[in-house]
Design a protein around this ligand. Structure first.
Ligand code: CP
Ligand code: NVA
Length: 332
């Protein structure tokens, strides 16, 4: 008989609302354990296990958080950059996936086309985690919801779900991979999300359908709205979010994009004009460039960006620990 298929994480859309909430709550719990000093060492859920990290693009947060989390849990993170292995030059995705999964307990992969990470997952005998593709960034979204949960503590609910109903996120900038998983997370947790992107840089139809379908089975899902006018999205928002206008792989479009996004920089003046809520907060997955957000916001007390970055560690710890009872029976 065939071994059970491993559970992969390609996108937040792979998770039920309660699975997603569990990952956020696990992250919060492990952070609390360690920060309070209650636990000096996390249990070695990954003792003797190797986690292969196959990265075809640069990374600071995802690499460091994954390596640190695996180490904290007693495992060995094995970083394989694009110049280290045969993949993409000398060997197929299929062969690479079969071979690496025969020797390790998990693959964490950062790729260009999303089909690269789903292709790895399809042929892998161990769980594969998407560490950023052109379409999704699920580990970022888990950390982002931990950050939201900490900034808006009333979001704790008793039935193992995050109850964030009534919050509004405004995303001002490019409709990209980070937005897509964030929006899916918002819909699943009851957070309204308004997106303002310039004409031609909005959410593709198939992605809009996927985001809206995250509402299936959710009692009061968050609503997605779209506009080309930043002020319209910002109206009554609790959290303003953006990301780079030029994602990895889009470097050749830099000049064109800088022009198209003129007027989309998040500033105090824009937030005021748009009518954000008084206590509005700012988030950004990083790396950040000044064109998408002014220093006055980025380095202000409203900014959650550095706790948000640190939360990548706790999100990774929560993800690995909660699911690593034995690597082949990971459930989330
Ligand atoms: N936010 C994020 O994924 O950052 P890195 O590209 O540095 O990993
Ligand atoms: N949208 C960015 C996120 C980097 C973490 C990119 O894909 O380059």
């Amino acid at each position: 008989s065939q071994a059970a298929k491993p559970r992969h994480l390609m996108s937040i859309s792979d998770l039920t609302p309660s699975e997603f909430s569990s990952l956020v709550r696990n992250a919060a719990a492990r952070k609390q354990d360690v920060k309070s000093g209650r636990v000096s060492r996390l249990s070695g859920g990954l003792a003797g296990e190797t986690v292969a990290m196959m990265f075809s693009k640069r990374s600071t947060r995802t690499r460091v958080s994954t390596e640190a989390a695996v180490t904290m849990l007693g495992g060995h993170p094995m970083f394989l950059g694009k110049d280290d292995i045969q993949l993409g030059v000398n060997e197929s995705l299929y062969d690479t996936s079969v071979v690496i999964s025969s020797m390790t307990s998990c693959m964490v992969a950062r790729v260009g086309p999303h089909s690269d990470v789903t292709g790895l997952a399809e042929h892998s005998t161990v769980p594969v985690i998407n560490a950023l593709s052109d379409d999704f960034h699920p580990l970022q979204t888990i950390a982002d919801f931990l950050t939201i949960y900490e900034a808006f503590p009333s979001s704790l609910s008793s039935n193992n779900t995050l109850d964030l109903n009534g919050l509004k996120v405004a995303w001002v900038g490019d409709s990209n991979n980070v937005l897509f998983d964030l929006a899916i997370g918002c819909v699943k947790t009851g957070v309204d999300i308004a997106v303002a992107s310039p004409q031609g840089y909005g959410i593709p139809d198939h992605m809009r359908q996927l985001i809206n379908s995250a509402a299936n089975g959710v009692q009061s899902p968050g609503k997605l709205s779209e506009t080309t006018i930043p002020e319209e999205a910002i109206k009554n928002a609790d959290i303003l979010v953006t990301d780079t206008w030029i994602s990895m792989g889009q470097e050749a479009e830099k000049q064109k994009r800088l022009k198209a996004f003129a007027g989309y920089q998040i500033t105090n003046e824009l937030a005021k004009r748009g009518g954000a809520k008084d206590g509005w907060k700012f988030m950004h997955c990083l790396p950040r460039h000044p064109e998408e957000v002014a220093d006055e916001v980025f380095y202000s007390p409203r900014s959650l960006v550095f706790p948000e970055a640190e939360n990548r560690l706790w999100a990774a710890v929560g993800k690995f620990q909660s699911t690593a009872t034995t690597t082949h029976t990971w459930t989330i």
